[in-house]
Ligand binder design. Sequence first.
Ligand SMILES: [Zn+2]
Length: 387
Amino acid sequence: MKKATRQHTKQHNRNLVLRTIFAHDSVSRAEIARVTHLTRTTVSEIVSALLEEGLVEEVGVGESIGGKSPILLSIAADSRYLIGLNLARDKFIGAIVNLRGEISETVEAPVLDNNGEKALDLVFKLIDKLLKKRIKPIVGIGIGTPGLVNTREGIVVNAVNLDWRDLPLGQMLEKKYKLPVSVLNDSQATAIGEFVYGSEHTSDENLIVINMKHGIGSGILINGRLFQGDGGGAGEIGHVVVQGNNELCSCGKRGCLETISSARAVIKKMDFNSLDQVQEAFDSGNKNAVRVVSSAAYHLGMVLANLIGTLNIHRIVLTGDMTQFGPVWLNAVSDAMRNAVLARMSEYTQLELGALDYRACILGASAYLLLDDYSLLFTLENNHGIN
Ligand SMILES: [Zn+2]
């Protein structure tokens, strides 16, 4: 019992040190000790082990603040790799990602119809293709999928477009590839990607990321941790009814946010084939296009006001196709939002555009494996499945 506790503490301390090194471009042992409240001796011991594992490297000397110049440490970006997949509506994209979130190989395949078995086959094919690139060692697989997901169990509860219902995707992939697997809703994965690798965030910040594509979803981070709610569906704002007498939604209800504010909705309302056509009409001042896009922005703004009223989160990132309407759209969203919530609540709210496009989902799905527990970085000897 005592031993187990000691082992646990050791792992906890190691995670603390790793998290600190991850959070900095480079950092000294003294600074790690200051941030983690661990003793200098403990930090030195852990760092020695990490250097030996090849996970951390010494990258130079920092400025002296009296006394000897400190040696700076950094994560060895290419010491381990993860596979990330973004199962987007019309195509699946997979990538190999290093420990700094740099993508080295990308593969993609079009999704031709919504046949559940074929979609699953495509996931296997993409992972096989990435493994054939012989970039090693790969320590985990992260999947961002549309639909409702039970992340803890790795089950896709319901993904209409992919024809998946109660699919134990995590378990299937773990069995096949002998690697840890995370399965996340794509908007939640996108939120993590923007949080970890997008514009500067402190590691305990709150953040909402709205994903405006064919559909609409969002991901909510509270104190730097993904908040999934009791049923895993936190942030599923696309299927909240905002205008009851509006169009029929794919979910069976009428007037969901998605039927007004999504890319699909504005294309359909304009009777066009692509968002670029809407954009063109909008830019040339076409009255109908301006009305449709303004209405899309307005209703999104109202939903954001509700989120602010509920969560009082100051930073909101907007990402996805609809952001191509640029500052005019963003300002319309912002105005609607600010008009619908207490001034004191929206005063400090910052609306910004995402930095990572489709990569956010891939990076977030893979980073999720590392966020709470770094132990998978140390299980190399168990990766018999990979060669
Ligand atoms: Zn709906």
